[in-house]
Design a binder for this molecule. Structure first.
Ligand SMILES: O=C(O)CCC(=O)C(=O)O
Length: 190
């Protein structure tokens, strides 16, 4: 098999959480209130991100991240290139057929490192260089962490195609319900 090619500054860490932790994280999210205003359901923690304005305003503070996120936050800080305690997290739920369009995470809103934890089901993430159009694709496996820094954070868009199956090792892999938790730090005064 060919080595996976990733944009410079993208770091992929399989098995960042255990299956038991995965169940617990999703179970806790499911006791919370999923917001249904968009095509996919979301929950915001720490700070509310305004998708329409592409902004995190000063009045969007929701409180510090809840205690149940502490073990994951501690691991992000000491065990990964994320290297700090996040203060914002958005949980996204993708049912088969749902995705997220190509984007770069809001630059004035969020600091230079983004970490996304994949839970429950795999899906393909696509990257496209904003200047030269170069492309890469990566299967995000359940329980894996993807960190975007440097060029991967700023010079490449990332996207999850809205479809119900992915091709993995030449085989069709049906998607199930996928939940992701994306950790960030809000830029103060941004
Ligand atoms: O679901 C994911 O893994 C990525 C989420 C994402 O790109 C975002 O919330 O901006």
């Amino acid at each position: 098999m060919n080595a996976i090619q990733l944009p410079q500054g993208a770091i992929y860490l399989p098995d960042f959480v255990t299956a038991a932790e995965e169940r617990e994280l999703v179970g806790t999210l499911d006791t919370g209130e999923w917001n249904t205003e968009m095509k996919r359901r979301v929950q915001h923690f720490g700070w509310r991100y305004d998708y329409r304005a592409r902004a995190v305003t000063a009045d969007a503070f929701l409180g510090t991240l809840p205690d149940w996120l502490s073990p994951v936050c501690a691991r992000l800080k000491t065990g990964t290139a994320f290297g700090r305690h996040p203060d914002q997290m958005i949980a996204n739920e993708y049912l088969p057929g749902q995705g997220i369009s190509a984007h770069v995470d809001c630059v004035p809103c969020f600091a230079d490192r983004i970490a996304s934890l994949s839970l429950l089901s795999a899906c393909e993430m696509r990257f496209r260089h904003r200047e030269n159009g170069e492309k890469h694709a990566l299967i995000l496996e359940p329980r894996a962490l993807l960190i975007l820094t440097g060029a991967a954070r700023y010079d490449w868009t990332h996207e999850i195609p809205a479809r119900a199956t992915d091709i993995v090792d030449s085989k069709r892999l049906p998607r199930g319900r996928r939940v992701s938790m994306t950790f960030r730090n809000v830029r103060r005064g941004g």
